[in-house]
Every structure is written in structure tokens, then in C-alpha cells.
Write a protein that binds this ligand. Structure first.
Ligand SMILES: *[C@@H]1O[C@H](CO)[C@@H](O)[C@H](O)[C@H]1NC(C)=O
Ligand SMILES: *[C@@H]1O[C@H](CO)[C@@H](O)[C@H](O)[C@H]1NC(C)=O
Ligand SMILES: *[C@@H]1O[C@H](CO)[C@@H](O)[C@H](O)[C@H]1NC(C)=O
Length: 396
């Protein structure tokens, strides 16, 4: 009898133990195409994330800003990696001080935030040359963001330095990075060079393995050239777009043409907007931002708010637009974001926190906690009557 009991014990305890303490080999973040959702460690999951750029915030303030994001109810942080900030000259790499993005990843872990990483190579971000190093232009005929061999050689050598450092930080390897974006709104770039996108996808896979979720993101008009088989397609839109003739139902219906199954994701939901020198400060009203967010959360979508905290373009790192005339971005990247440039919570932050709290985390776990669906009863029922006890002790 005794040996038999010992044999029974593990089958009883293991499910409980694995539930409480996910082991390294059980850590996973995947798309569940059958139920249009993500699964984190096998349980239904959606992220409510915010953008924060380590390169726009002094290192001593990283922890403070990340903590304020977590306290707003966010469960993830999304950020770019600017190539030109880390490789100032060909083959010269800087990852120390305020450029130590691994220290930033560690701070995000301490704040209990998952990470959505956007390493480019092009990032836009209203950053100097969209993150591409100026030294690329020493070859005057170079075609940026295409399969021009000169451009690809520089991209390959940079990613062969960066991505192996990222590898241990992937979620399934014990880190906090759940997904990685390839390029940035490539569909808005006139080149539309699909062999360039295929090259990047192959490079990311070769250096990061096949478990990590790779994705693209584009505005509604950019999906055609920006999406690629094998990279999960997501979309960018803000409350500004929703107030026009378009609406969320229509925008997500368009996304479904490119990504028929899986969770809906808005990778850049605009809480504010950028500023140009000589123009008024851009703003987005609190009701517009919260209404759009509320509707997206009701649909079960995952969302990243761009920006959650904008920060400052220190030095000469501000970018510029060319729209018929030269339009430089201001030093401030306040963005009318929920956390102000000075780091203070604004009324927008508290309004967003209220919206997120209405859609409490427990709802995301209902299918997991009660797989057979809701049970209606006038009188309270026992756990046994609702079949809550799944692992009955063996009777022998
Ligand atoms: C980073 O490294 C460079 C060169 O190795 C050095 O000059 C600089 O002082 C370092 N910065 C910090 C903050 O450690
Ligand atoms: C959004 O668009 C859909 C599809 O065209 C339409 O059925 C719906 O009424 C629109 N909603 C709003 C709020 O305009
Ligand atoms: C900036 O705002 C002021 C006050 O609202 C307005 O009068 C002015 O036209 C605006 N300027 C621009 C360039 O939009």
C-alpha cells in the first residue's frame, strides 16, 4: 500500500506546483489562433502596454518612470533601440551609462513589466535619421531600408552584435521580452522592397530562434507593403483617426484581411502627438484617449499606448520631418503623454488607470479559472456540484 501512495503523490501535486511556479521550460508567449488571443504560460493573456524610451530619460529616473507605469495598471513596456545611439562609428559599440539598455530591461523586470522590443533597424521615433547612423551616408549611393548590399551588410553586422545580447532576455529563456518588432511601419516607406523585409525576418530568426513572436506594425494604409507572412501583423491608430469618418470596427476589419486569426493588436495608440519647432504644442483630449482605449479593451484587443512617457530629446538627437519643407522636432518630447516630461502623473494618467481597472485582470483569466463557462444558480453551490475540484485524490 505505501509504495502505491507514493506513486500517486506526484500526479496530485504537480499541476499545482507548475501553476504556482512556472519553470523556465514552461515559460511561453504565443498566439492562440483558435480563440483570437495570446497565451502566456498557457493562460489567456492580453497586454496593456505603454511606450517609454530609455534614450529620452536620464538613467537615474528609469525606475521611477517604469514604476509609475506599473502603478497605472500597465503590464508591459514597449521601446525602440536606436542603432545610431549604440554604434556611433562603424564597429564602435556603446552600451554603458545611459545607453545600457540591459540595465533598463532589468529595471522593467523589477517593476514587473513585460517588454515589447522594437530594434529597427529603422525606428522613426522622431529620432535623428530614424535611428540609422549618419555614417551610412558616407556611401553616397546607398539605398536605405532596401536590399542594397551596402545597407544590408551594415544592418547584418549591427544585429550580429545586438541580437545575441537580447537572446537571454527572451521570455522563454527566463527574461521579460515577449515579442519583437521587425522594422517600423515599413509600408509607409516608398521602397516597398519585400526582399529586404524577408532578409530581416530571416536574420531575426537565425539570431533569435523560432520561439519568439516576431511582428510588424503599420498604419491602415501601410499594411499592404508592411506585412509579411511569418511576422504577426498589428496596426497603429490613435483617437484622432477614430473621430473621423473611420471607426475602430472598420480599422480592425482591415487588419483582419492581413491577419485573419489571433488577437487584435494596436501597437501605437496615440495618447498625444509630437511637436515641431514654431508650431503649437500638440494635444489629445483626455475623453478622446480614454473612450478609444475603453472600446479597444472591450473588444479584447491588446494595446500599446504611444507614448506613456515621452521625455526629452537631449543633445542633437531630435529628428525632423520633410513635408514639402524642413520640419524639425522640438527638444521636448512631452507628447501630451499621461506622464509629463517632468515625470509627473497627469489627469490623463488617472483617467487611463480608471479605464484599465474597470477591465480588471481577473476577466482575462475567466476561461482558465472556469473552462466550462458560467453557472447560474439562485442558491450557493458546493465546489463539487460545479465540478471545481478537478484533481480528486485517488480513492485507493
Ligand atoms: C562609457 O564608456 C566610454 C568609453 O569606453 C567612457 O568614455 C565613458 O566614460 C563611459 N560612460 C559611463 C557613464 O560609464
Ligand atoms: C463603424 O463602422 C461600422 C461598419 O461600417 C458600422 O456598422 C458602425 O455603425 C460604425 N460605428 C460608428 C460608431 O460609427
Ligand atoms: C496656436 O494657438 C493659438 C491660440 O490657440 C492660435 O491663435 C494660433 O493660430 C495657433 N497657431 C498655429 C500655427 O496653429
Amino acid at each position: 500500500m505505501a509504495p502505491k501512495k507514493l506513486l500517486c503523490l506526484p500526479s496530485l501535486l504537480l499541476p499545482l506546483v507548475t501553476l504556482l511556479l512556472p519553470q523556465a521550460d514552461t515559460r511561453s508567449f504565443v498566439v492562440d489562433p483558435d480563440h483570437d488571443r495570446f497565451l502566456l504560460d498557457g493562460a489567456p493573456f492580453r497586454y496593456v502596454s505603454g511606450s517609454l524610451h530609455y534614450f529620452r530619460v536620464p538613467r537615474v529616473l528609469w525606475a521611477d518612470r517604469l514604476f509609475k507605469m506599473r502603478m497605472s495598471g500597465l503590464n508591459a513596456v514597449q521601446f525602440y533601440v536606436p542603432w545610431n545611439y549604440h554604434e556611433p562609428e562603424p564597429g564602435v559599440y556603446k552600451f554603458n551609462g545611459s545607453r545600457d539598455l540591459f540595465a533598463f530591461l532589468k529595471e522593467a523586470t523589477l517593476a514587473n513589466l513585460l517588454v515589447i522590443l522594437r530594434p529597427g533597424p529603422y525606428i522613426c521615433a522622431e529620432w535623428e535619421m530614424g535611428g540609422l547612423p549618419a555614417w551610412l551616408l558616407r556611401k553616397p549611393k546607398i539605398h536605405l531600408r532596401t536590399s542594397d548590399p551596402d545597407f544590408l551588410a551594415a544592418v547584418d553586422s549591427w544585429f550580429k552584435v545586438l541580437l545575441p545580447k537580447i537572446h537571454p532576455w527572451l521570455y522563454h529563456n527566463g527574461g521579460n521580452i515577449i515579442s519583437i518588432q521587425v522594422e517600423n511601419e515599413y509600408g509607409s516607406y516608398r521602397a516597398c522592397d519585400m526582399s529586404y523585409m524577408r532578409h530581416l525576418a530571416g536574420l531575426f530568426r537565425a539570431l533569435l530562434g523560432d520561439k519568439i513572436l516576431l511582428f510588424t506594425t503599420d498604419g491602415p494604409e501601410g499594411l499592404k507593403c508592411g506585412s509579411l507572412q511569418g511576422l504577426y501583423t498589428t496596426i497603429d491608430f490613435g483617437p484622432g483617426l477614430l473621430s473621423k469618418a473611420d471607426n475602430m470596427t472598420k480599422i480592425f476589419a482591415l487588419l483582419r484581411k492581413y491577419e485573419p486569426r489571433g488577437p487584435l493588436v494596436n501597437s501605437e495608440y496615440y495618447t498625444g502627438w509630437l511637436d515641431y519647432w514654431g508650431q503649437n504644442h500638440s494635444t489629445r483630449s483626455v475623453p478622446a484617449v480614454t473612450k478609444g482605449l475603453e472600446n479597444m479593451l472591450k473588444l479584447g484587443a491588446s494595446v500599446n499606448m504611444y507614448m506613456y512617457h515621452g521625455g526629452t530629446n537631449f543633445g542633437y538627437w531630435n529628428g525632423a520631418d520633410e513635408k514639402g519643407r524642413f520640419l524639425p522636432i522640438t527638444t521636448s518630447y512631452d507628447y501630451d503623454a499621461p506622464i509629463s516630461e517632468a515625470g509627473d502623473p497627469t489627469p490623463k494618467l488617472f483617467a487611463i488607470r480608471n479605464v484599465i481597472s474597470k477591465d480588471g485582470n481577473l476577466l482575462a483569466f475567466l476561461d482558465f479559472l472556469c473552462p466550462q463557462g458560467p453557472i447560474h444558480s439562485i442558491l450557493p453551490m458546493t465546489f463539487e456540484a460545479v465540478n471545481q475540484v478537478k484533481h480528486n485524490p485517488p480513492s485507493g
